[in-house]
Design a protein around this ligand. Structure first.
Ligand code: 5AD
Ligand code: SF4
Length: 454
C-alpha cells in the first residue's frame, strides 16, 4: 500500500507502544491495521515517528502511572512536531483530564471508539489539538477487516469484549463496558482464514470467555465454540483466556479432554481463598465451589495445567483470610500464579472503601505467596524431567545455541536442537511457528531445559 504523503511531501509514520493484557495487544494490532489502511507506516522508534501512540492499561495504579511517566519523558519530542495519542483503558478512565495532565497529548481514544479511528486521525491531521473518542462501549463488538498481526504464527481472536461481572476491585467493566460476544460464524471464519495464512496457534480472547453467548441463531456456548475452533482443519493449537469460576462449566473440561488441539492449560483466577474476602470482592463463588472446579479439572481425560491470579491486601483482609489463601494455594498446587497487591481503582466499588491494609503488610503477604509458589513450582516441575513435550518453536538464542518455545500447557522450554540438516544440507530444520519434540533434562521453577528428540 502506498505510504500516506502529507501536504509537505513527507510520509506519515506511527509508533505504537502497548501496555497491559492480551486484549490490549490485540487491540493494538487492529489499531495498527487501521492506520496502515490509511496509508501510515509503522516504525520501531519514537524518533522516526510523526504520531506516537500509547495503548494503555489501568488495571492497577502502577500500570496507569507508568503511562504518565512515559509520556513525561518524551515531552521534548512534541517540539519536533510529533503528535501524541493515548489509547485504551487509561484514555477511557481519565478521559479529557489527560490533556491537562499531559498537555502535549492531542488524541485520547477509548477502546469502544476504535471503529471511529480513521475519522479521529483525520481530525488530528487537520490540526485539531484535542481530539477525543470516548464513547461508552456499544452493543457491538469491534470488528475490523484491518488487523496487522505482530506475531507471525500465534494469532489472537477476540470472541467476547467487556465484562458484566462487576468484581468490587476491577476497573474493566468501566473501561471496556458491557459484554458483547461475536457471532460464532465470524469467529470461525477468522480462524479458518488464519490457518490459510499459516498461523499455527490461535488464542481466543475475552475478559471472561466462559460467559460467551453466540448472538446468532446457532447459539453456541463457550464450550461448543471451543470444540468448533479445535475442529477447524489445519489448526494446531487453540488456547483461551481468561476464565471466571462462576461460568466455568464441566462441559469445557470435557471438550478439552476430547481434543488435544485444545491446549492443556486453564487459567482460572481465584483471587482469594477466604470466603469472606470472596464475598466482599463480589466474585459470586466460594472457596468450596472453586475447589470443586479444580477437582473436575484434575479429573479431565488429559492432564491440564492450572494457573491463577491472586490479590493480596484487599480491604479488610485479615491474617486469617490471608492464611486461607496461602492454604488454598498449597492445596491446589497451581502450575503458576500471578500475585498482585491490591490497588484501589476509580469507578469501582472497593475504590470507595478505605484501603486499610498497609503497603508493608501487602508487600509481606505478596512476598510470602510468591516464595511459596516458586518453591512449589520448583518441586512440582521436577516431575517432568525425562518426559517429552511437544514444543511450539518461537525463537533462537544464538548465545546459548538454544531454541525457546512453549509447551501446550504454556510452559517455557529452552532446548538444544538435533544437528538436523534441511533439504539443502543447511543446519536448522526448525523454524519459528514449527513444532519439536523435546525431552526435558532440567526443570526450574519457571521454565524447562531439554534436548530435541525424534
Ligand atoms: N488491584 C490489584 N489487582 C487487580 N487485578 C484486577 N484489579 C486489581 C486491582 N484493583 C488483578 C486480578 C485480575 C488480574 C488481571 O489483575 O487478579 O485477575
Ligand atoms: Fe489493563 Fe484491564 Fe484494560 Fe486489559 S482490559 S488493558 S488488563 S485495564
Amino acid at each position: 500500500m502506498a505510504e500516506k504523503v502529507a501536504e509537505n511531501g513527507e510520509q506519515k509514520r506511527f509508533y505504537l507502544e502497548t501496555f497491559g493484557c492480551q486484549m490490549n495487544v490485540h487491540d493494538s494490532e487492529r489499531v495498527a491495521g487501521t492506520l496502515v489502511s490509511r496509508g501510515y507506516t509503522a516504525v520501531g522508534t519514537m524518533q522516526e515517528a510523526d504520531l506516537i501512540l500509547f495503548n494503555t492499561c489501568s488495571i492497577r495504579d502502577k500500570a496507569a502511572q507508568k503511562v504518565f511517566d512515559r509520556l513525561a519523558n518524551f515531552k521534548a519530542l512534541q517540539k519536533q512536531g510529533k503528535k501524541f495519542g493515548v489509547l485504551g483503558c487509561v484514555a477511557q478512565q481519565e478521559g479529557e483530564a489527560i490533556f491537562k495532565r499531559a498537555p502535549h497529548v492531542s488524541l485520547v481514544v477509548g477502546s469502544a471508539s476504535y471503529a471511529r479511528l480513521p475519522e479521529l486521525i483525520a481530525q488530528l491531521e487537520n490540526g485539531e489539538t484535542k481530539v477525543t473518542g470516548l464513547e461508552a462501549a456499544t452493543d457491538e463488538a469491534f470488528e475490523t477487516e484491518y488487523t496487522r498481526r505482530d506475531h507471525p504464527f500465534r494469532a489472537f481472536v477476540t470472541i467476547i469484549e467487556g465484562c458484566d461481572k462487576h468484581c468490587a476491585y476491577c476497573v474493566v467493566p468501566f473501561t471496556r463496558g458491557k459484554e458483547r460476544s461475536r457471532t460464532s460464524a465470524s469467529v470461525l471464519t477468522e480462524i479458518r482464514h488464519l490457518v490459510e495464512l499459516g498461523y499455527s496457534e490461535v488464542q481466543l480472547l475475552g475478559q471472561n470467555v466462559n460467559s460467551y453467548r453466540d448472538p446468532s441463531p446457532a447459539g453456541l456456548s463457550f464450550a461448543e465454540l471451543l470444540a468448533a475452533a479445535g475442529a477447524v482443519p489445519g489448526v494446531e493449537r487453540v488456547r483461551y483466556t481468561t476464565s471466571h469460576p462462576r461460568d466455568f462449566t464441566p462441559e469445557i473440561v470435557r471438550v478439552m479432554g476430547e481434543n488435544p488441539v485444545l491446549c492443556d492449560h486453564v487459567h482460572l483466577p481465584v483471587q482469594s481463598g477466604s470466603n469472606d474476602v470472596l464475598r466482599r470482592m463480589l466474585r459470586g463463588y466460594t472457596r468450596e465451589h472453586y475447589l470443586g472446579i479444580v477437582d473436575g479439572i484434575r479429573a479431565c481425560a488429559r492432564p491440564l495445567a492450572l494457573t491463577t491470579d491472586i490479590i493480596v491486601g484487599f480491604p479488610g483482609e485479615t491474617d486469617r483470610d490471608f492464611e486461607e489463601t496461602a492454604e488454598l494455594m498449597h492445596e491446589v498446587h497451581f502450575n503458576s500464579a500471578f500475585i498482585f497487591k491490591y490497588s484501589p481503582r476509580p469507578n469501582t466499588e472497593a475504590g470507595t472503601w478505605p484501603d486499610d491494609i498497609s503497603e508493608e503488610v501487602k508487600a509481606q503477604r505478596f512476598a510470602i505467596l510468591q516464595e511459596r509458589q516458586q518453591a512449589m513450582q520448583a518441586e512440582d516441575n521436577q516431575a517432568h524431567v525425562g518426559a517429552t513435550m511437544k514444543v511450539m518453536v518461537e525463537a533462537f538464542h544464538p548465545k546459548l545455541a538454544q531454541w525457546a518455545g512453549r509447551s501446550s500447557s504454556n510452559r517455557v522450554v529452552n532446548f538444544t536442537p538435533m544437528p538436523a540438516l534441511d533439504v539443502l544440507g543447511q543446519p536448522g530444520a526448525l523454524r519459528p511457528g514449527g513444532y519439536a519434540q523435546v525431552r526435558i533434562t532440567k526443570a526450574g521453577p519457571n521454565s524447562f531445559v531439554g534436548q530435541q528428540v525424534n
